[in-house]
Write a protein that binds this ligand. Structure first.
Ligand code: NAD
Ligand code: UD1
Length: 340
């Protein structure tokens, strides 16, 4: 029997590329669409190498509705994992229209193409950023939603659009997955996170210090109400996250209903704890500089991960040690990231 085809938008990106490998291992046939706006073409070769299969790739923009529709039909797509979008918070504040256009506009074009071609299952990359400043911890899915920047508002608007689509079409089902902080890499070190320019996020920055690309880590704030004064986050291994998508697809097939769920480990670590774990994993020392708090940061954010465990039958398995080990393997094996 032919393997069910799953369209993966943004499939050459950090999380999408790992999800393609997990999908192939679970018996699906990933079909990738990416406009290469934030990815390199060489990622495709790595995915093909790891999956030992000629994964199909289409360089296209999800906003090209007609092209997308033709692809859904030609590839007999059964379901979609939708990763494509821009994700830099600071840039979204400077260029809100560009963010709404790509993130919200891209999702609308995709949904229209799916409706036209009878594709009625979608897994969407949402984010824990939709909660805004936590009022209580751990964050449960019913926590108030008060996003504080355009990127976060994009995610919430899309969640609302998906809910409306599910009301309008009883046969349409989606999973909105609110990721916490994905880090780490494929254990083979063939796939990993390769940000352009200066990394905004903690782990890629630490990894670049360890490999000698940057002199020291700037720690944003040591006066938070946390045990060591630095920010606490729920880091999740990207391979666990990828498995969460396979579980969500299975849920949509099995239960035929929509779901919005946190994907995190339920455990928070401070910046200093992450740095120590990375030093142990890499055998390198990470020089630190302490700076004032970064605008828009919260003291602590971590998931209540029990809903996903109960409903999706999924939970994160890999701990901080494995996350740092795999991030280091990736960074040390590919010091300049993917080849051009
Ligand atoms: P990424 O930038 O590595 O991947 C996104 C991919 O989408 C890129 O390959 C890019 O080229 C592609 N893309 C962007 N716009 C497109 C368009 N219009 N048409 C086709 N392709 C397009 O980002 P990522 O870290 O893999 O994140 C994937 C998704 O998960 C994003 O939607 C992001 O907002 C969300 N998310 C990420 C994180 C995180 O920490 N990385 C956390 C929460 C949510
Ligand atoms: C950031 C985004 C969030 C987005 C997420 C995606 C902001 C304000 N928030 O989350 O919306 O969903 O990325 O992964 O941009 N840190 C340092 N030095 C650094 C980098 C980070 O000390 O060079 C600290 C931060 O202050 C924070 C922690 O490390 O306490 C994690 O930061 P980061 O990896 O950027 O993730 P978030 O801030 O959680």
């Amino acid at each position: 029997m032919a393997k069910p085809a799953v369209l993966v938008t943004g499939g050459l990106g950090y999380i999408g590329s790992h999800a393609c490998v997990a999908l192939a291992e679970a018996g699906y046939r990933p079909v990738i669409v990416d406009n290469l706006g934030n990815a390199k073409a060489s990622v495709l070769e790595r995915i093909r190498e790891l999956t030992q299969s000629d994964i199909s790739f289409h360089r296209a923009d999800v906003r090209e509705r007609q092209a997308l529709g033709a692809l859904l039909a030609r590839e007999r797509v059964q379901a979609v994992l939708h990763f494509a979008g821009w994700k830099a918070v600071g840039e979204s504040v400077e260029k809100p229209v560009m963010y709404y256009e790509n993130n919200v506009g891209g999702t609308i074009a995709l949904l229209a193409a799916m409706a036209e071609h009878g594709v009625r299952r979608l897994v969407f990359s949402s984010s824990a950023t939709v909660y805004g400043e936590p009022e209580r911890l751990p964050l449960t899915e019913d926590h108030p939603l008060r996003p504080v920047n355009p990127y976060a508002k994009n995610k919430l608007v899309i969640e609302h659009i998906l809910a409306d689509c599910a009301v309008a079409d009883a046969g349409f089902h989606y999973a909105a997955l609110r990721y916490f902080n994905p880090i780490g890499a494929h254990p083979s070190a063939r796939l990993g996170e390769d940000p352009r320019g200066v990394p905004n996020n903690l782990l890629p920055y630490v990894a670049q210090v360890a490999v000698g690309r940057r002199p020291s880590l700037r720690v944003w704030g040591r006066d938070y109400a946390t045990p060591d004064g630095t920010g606490v986050r729920d880091y999740i291994h990207v391979m666990d996250l990828a498995q969460g998508h396979v579980a969500a697809l299975a849920y949509l097939e099995r239960r035929a209903r929509s779901i919005t769920a946190n994907l995190g480990t339920g455990r928070g670590y401070s910046v200093l704890e992450v740095v120590s774990a990375f030093e142990r994993a890499s055998g390198k020392s990470i020089p630190l500089e302490f700076h004032p708090r970064r605008a828009g940061d919260v003291a602590q954010s971590y998931a209540d991960a029990s809903f996903a465990a109960r409903e999706l039958g999924w939970r994160a398995r890999l701990g901080l040690e494995a996350m740092c080990r795999d991030a280091w393997r990736w960074q040390s094996g590919n010091p300049e990231g993917y080849p051009d």
